[in-house]
Ligand binder design. Structure first.
Ligand SMILES: NC(=O)c1ccc[n+]([C@@H]2O[C@H](COP(=O)([O-])OP(=O)(O)OC[C@H]3O[C@@H](n4cnc5c(N)ncnc54)[C@H](OP(=O)(O)O)[C@@H]3O)[C@@H](O)[C@H]2O)c1
Length: 217
């Protein structure tokens, strides 16, 4: 499957940056937030003719592929029906000071991406872009084959969906390290070695292998 239109639910630090990368690489984008399309005029005008703003539901409907990039506490607001059957990229992280305490995560019984997958049972959730600072998305990318190119991790339960997201990330300028199913996505969550720093694929694989879950220790 080749995506032509990318829907973005969330147009903050990460959503706006992914929208910039998407239009730069020839995709149409539909951006949305919680306050409504009229609040996204400035971003749409910066992005140019490939971009429009809509409600979150319309972005979910319009996207061949949809990015969810909102505070984790709000994933319950997402509409499952228009996202059914679609690849949903999940950039989200858990910050209790923002999201409130979520016992299943505190006790390490699940992962942020599995929570999203549970809410969107018919979607193909792929974790991506959660461990890179927003500003670096548009400044750290390099063409494929560049020595010491930065790598980004993905996790997901659907091999075909991971293939599509791998191609997208490669186009956006990064190598990709597949770290396994959504249940392993904790290996790149906050407070793990790979969360934040610039890493090549080899370095990222090493960091992911070294990650630990303190509550399970
Ligand atoms: N910032 C980073 O460098 C970074 C890096 C990697 C991952 N992340 C993670 O990625 C996610 C997004 O982070 P961010 O920094 O981009 O956040 P942000 O700048 O606060 O932006 C959040 C966006 O989500 C929208 N939103 C909130 N609730 C919504 C809802 N119910 N429906 C539709 N849109 C909604 C907000 O819209 P309104 O403004 O209209 O409310 C805003 O556009 C978070 O989980 C974060 O932890 C962030």
């Amino acid at each position: 499957m080749t995506a032509k239109t990318i829907g973005l639910i969330g147009a903050g630090h990460i959503g706006s940056q992914l929208a910039r990368l998407a239009v730069r690489h020839g995709y149409d984008v539909v951006v949305s937030n919680s306050r409504g399309p009229e609040t996204l005029k400035e971003l749409v005008s910066e992005l140019g003719p490939r971009a429009r703003a809509s409600t979150a539901r319309e972005a979910a409907e319009a996207g061949d592929l949809v990015v969810v990039t909102i505070p984790l506490k709000n994933i319950g607001d997402l509409p499952p029906a228009p996202l059914a059957g679609k690849i949903v990229i999940d950039t989200n992280n858990y910050y209790p000071q923002r999201d409130g305490q979520i016992a299943e995560l505190d006790e390490e019984r699940t992962t942020t991406s599995e929570l999203l997958q549970r809410h969107l049972p018919k979607s193909k959730v792929v974790k991506a872009f959660n461990h890179i600072y927003a500003a670096e998305l548009t400044t750290h990318g390099q063409p494929a084959g560049t020595p010491n190119r930065r790598a980004l991790a993905i996790a997901g339960n659907d091999a075909e969906a991971k293939g599509v997201v791998t191609q997208l990330i490669d186009q956006f300028g990064f190598d990709v390290v597949d770290i396994g199913p959504l249940s392993d996505s904790w290996r790149i969550q906050r407070d793990t070695p790979g969360y934040g720093p610039r890493r090549t694929a080899e370095e990222l694989r090493r960091d992911v292998a070294a990650a630990q879950r303190p509550a399970r220790a």
